[in-house]
Design a protein around this ligand. Structure first.
Ligand code: ARG
Length: 735
């Protein structure tokens, strides 16, 4: 163990009330043979301490609410206890820097090296030079982080008591990007932990390594991944997870020397737990300091930490630089991207931001992303790719391909596709991926006739295919989103409507439908049985008759209900004209199925003159293809219903090819299925009376889908009426 021999001991100037401080030094000389003389702790007297500003939630409502006398008394209480356990050094408090009392934030020390803090808040930045001066005077080699890279010292850096690694917090005060510097300068492995509860904004407020490899901590203060890291490093029997009641008393903010744990306050239960494993809890009230968000540990900086000679820097923090282009501010893209980074457990630094000068000009940002591990980096980067981010040219690499060794099973870590047009870099060339869809893998198939790069479902992967794994060499370039015209409803706004605005949407959908039909485009409808119950059947039939629908997708139910209505005037036994159940009506449903089964198919029923109106009648008459996907609850089913779901998915996929617009009418499952198969760029209108369904369906992270919360029957009737109005002047104009 390398120990630092300090050339100099700071002796506080004798001041009334602090005479005791000089005794501390005497204590050391008197006890120089005592084992405690190994351990040194730096403190700063609360001469200028007060709550002068708010930089953490504890300070809120506490400005100038702490008593100077009581604070001094409490500080001395702690001081007295600690001086029995260690040598206390003091740094001179400075007027105007009230938080300087929290010496833990001076920096972090290991062996002969000190890393000076860079405070996040300007309210504390003035403390930096005083701490630096103190470190230098003691003979430490002092390292300073680049400006604008916050790191708040031992508040966010706690040595494993065995000296095996340094636990480092980030998320509020210290930046993840500071960790590689710390690792290098202190030459120790740094384990990064993300803090997620702003009451526990420094690592030492919720995490306290104890002798013997024990750990006192408050698990909810950390994100999921960090908790996993903690669990992997500290065996269960050594982890002392505390309850919130203890955590808010700053029980984790303890000073541990040997088997003594000095803290503000602990519940009886916690004391018992610690006693049982051999620790003695010493409570000393520090309530005046809690008002500033600190307690025992914050008031101290341990300057003698065990250095393990065989431990060296090893930090998995990874960085990558990505670039984003588009209407970054107006579209909120930059915020979304940075949120992805932070919520994903990483941190970022914006290296360049070229703000577009005009309303129409796009902006460009280069962002350095750091993540505490390769896995986390992959997750973050794949989400950024999905937002349209690209690697900087110098960072560009070919996509990584791995062979499929078992048909229908991908190599692990495959990139999961989205609805966005995707390109992969193969042998230095960017290649556009075919058959874009969501939730597939990108498969590269080489054959004598050439190379195909396409989205494949896992089940379609063949031995011999190679699959894109990892996240390098993949991009989903976007056209800079066309700026939205000022209009209440537009396909560009990706919004969900309320009842009041339904008519506006209907006008727009009608306009689109007409445009698509007239230019020979393709509109697909997916419809559920509610379409019939709500009286929308006749309107949908009319749309089909008038050539507005190029394919119809649904399940067994929509067809049975439509045909029941056509044959018997009821839908699930309810008289559609009068809205009442008819006697024996519940049998209509099965009779309908039976009738069609006798005919052989829906088309056969039309040919035989059995089925003479309705949605499916119009489909057959107008050669509009349909596909009915079966399910476990289907009655019958109709001969047309495809009960092989893999086949049904394939049929849907075929019918969707080349679609311009999809109307999703009150059928959540079929619509979700369709949504997954459909690449970005296809307009989608989701109509459902349930707002949750609409939100779910129209949330494609894309601008081209709109949701309409309304009764589907009403929607269809308005739509048909609107189309008639559009057609009249149109007819006149063409005459
Ligand atoms: N008011 C101080 C701040 O917000 C409290 C610092 C507490 N120190 C600590 N190591 N947790 O910065």
């Amino acid at each position: 163990m390398a120990r630092l021999l300090l050339p100099y001991i700071y002796v506080a100037k004798k001041r009334s009330g602090f005479a005791v401080i000089n005794k501390a030094v005497i204590f050391r000389t008197e006890n120089s043979s005592n084992m405690t003389s190994d351990i040194r702790i730096l403190m700063c007297a609360p001469k200028h301490y007060d709550v002068d500003y708010v930089i953490n939630p504890w300070m809120e409502g506490n400005i100038h609410k702490s008593s100077h006398d009581r604070a001094s008394e409490q500080w001395e209480g702690l001081y007295h206890i600690l001086k029995e356990l260690a040598i206390i050094d003091l740094v001179e408090p400075q007027q105007g820097w009230p938080d300087m009392v929290f010496a833990a934030n001076a920096g972090v020390i290991l062996g002969k090296v000190a890393v000076n803090s860079r405070f996040y808040h300007k309210e504390r930045q003035g403390e930096e030079p005083y701490f630096k001066e103190w470190f230098e005077k003691q003979g430490y080699k002092v390292y300073e982080l680049p400006k604008d890279l916050p790191f708040e010292g031992a508040g966010d850096a706690l040595l494993d008591r065995e000296g095996r690694w340094l636990w480092a917090g980030y998320g509020f005060r210290s930046e993840l990007d500071s960790h590689p510097y710390i690792a290098k300068w202190l030459d120790i492995e740094v384990v990064s932990l993300q803090l997620v509860d702003d009451r526990f904004y420094h690592l030492d407020t919720c995490f306290c390594p104890l002798s013997g490899g024990y750990l006192l901590y408050y698990p909810p203060a950390f994100d999921f991944y960090s908790n996993r890291i903690i669990e992997m490093r500290v065996p269960e029997e050594k982890r002392i997870g505390i309850a919130e009641a203890d955590a808010v008393n700053f029980a984790c903010n303890s000073v541990n020397v040997g088997n003594k744990v000095v803290m503000n306050k602990a519940s009886d239960e916690l004391k018992k737990r610690l006693n049982r494993i051999g620790f003695e809890v010493i409570e000393t009230p520090l309530t005046e300091f809690l008002k500033a968000g600190g307690a025992a540990k914050c008031l101290t900086l341990r300057t003698t930490e065990p250095v393990k000679e065989d431990m060296h820097a090893n930090l998995p923090v990874e960085s990558r630089t990505i670039s984003l282009e588009g209407h970054l501010l107006d579209s909120g893209l930059i915020n979304r991207a940075l949120d992805v980074v932070v919520e994903g457990g990483g941190s970022f630094q914006v290296l360049n931001f070229d703000l577009g000068k005009q309303r129409q000009s796009t902006s460009k940002a280069d962002v350095k992303v750091s993540a505490p591990s390769h896995d986390i980096m992959e997750e973050i980067v794949s989400e950024l790719i999905n937002l349209g981010a690209v690697n900087l040219p110098e960072d560009e690499r070919d996509a990584r391909l791995e062979p499929v060794v078992q048909a229908g099973v991908s190599p692990d870590d495959f990139y999961v596709t989205t609805i966005y047009p995707t390109e992969v870099r193969i042998e230095g060339q960017w290649v556009r991926v075919q058959n874009q869809r969501m939730d597939g893998a990108i498969a590269v198939t080489d054959s004598p006739s050439g190379r195909v790069v396409q989205c494949k479902l896992l089940r379609d992967l063949q031995v011999g295919d190679r699959v894109v794994v990892d996240v390098q060499g993949i991009r989903t370039p976007r056209k800079p989103e066309v700026r939205e015209q000022k209009q209440e409803f537009s396909f560009m706004s990706g919004s969900v409507s309320s009842e009041r605005r339904v008519e506006l949407v209907v006008e727009q959908v009608a306009w689109e439908l007409r445009q698509i039909r007239d230019r020979g485009g393709k509109t697909i409808v997916t419809a559920g049985p509610v379409t019939i119950h709500t009286g929308g059947g006749q309107h949908l039939a009319e749309l089909i008759r008038d050539g507005y629908v190029q394919a119809l997708l649904g399940g067994n139910a929509i067809a049975v209900h439509d045909i029941e209505q056509a044959l018997m005037g009821t839908s699930l036994g309810v008289d559609m004209k009068r809205g009442v159940a008819v006697r024996g009506g519940h049998r209509h449903h099965l009779k309908t199925i039976n009738t069609i089964r006798r005919c052989g198919s829906i088309a056969a029923a039309v040919e035989q003159g059995v089925l003479t109106r309705g949605i499916f009648y119009e489909c057959v008459r107008n050669n509009v293809p349909f596909s009915l996907a079966g399910s476990i609850r289907d009655d019958g089913p109709l001969p047309d219903t495809e009960m092989d779901l893999i086949q049904a998915q394939a049929d849907y996929t075929n019918l969707i090819q080349g679609a311009d617009m999809i109307l999703m009418l009150s059928t959540m499952l079929h619509s979700i299925g369709v949504g997954n198969m459909t690449p970005a760029g296809v307009k989608m209108v989701c109509v459902d009376i349930n707002p949750a369904v609409v939100t779910k369906l129209s949330d494609r992270g894309s601008v081209e889908s709109i949701g309409v919360v309304t009764d589907v029957g009403l929607f269809l009737s308005l739509l048909v009426k609107q189309l008639e109005q559009l057609t009249e002047p149109y007819k006149l104009a063409t005459v």
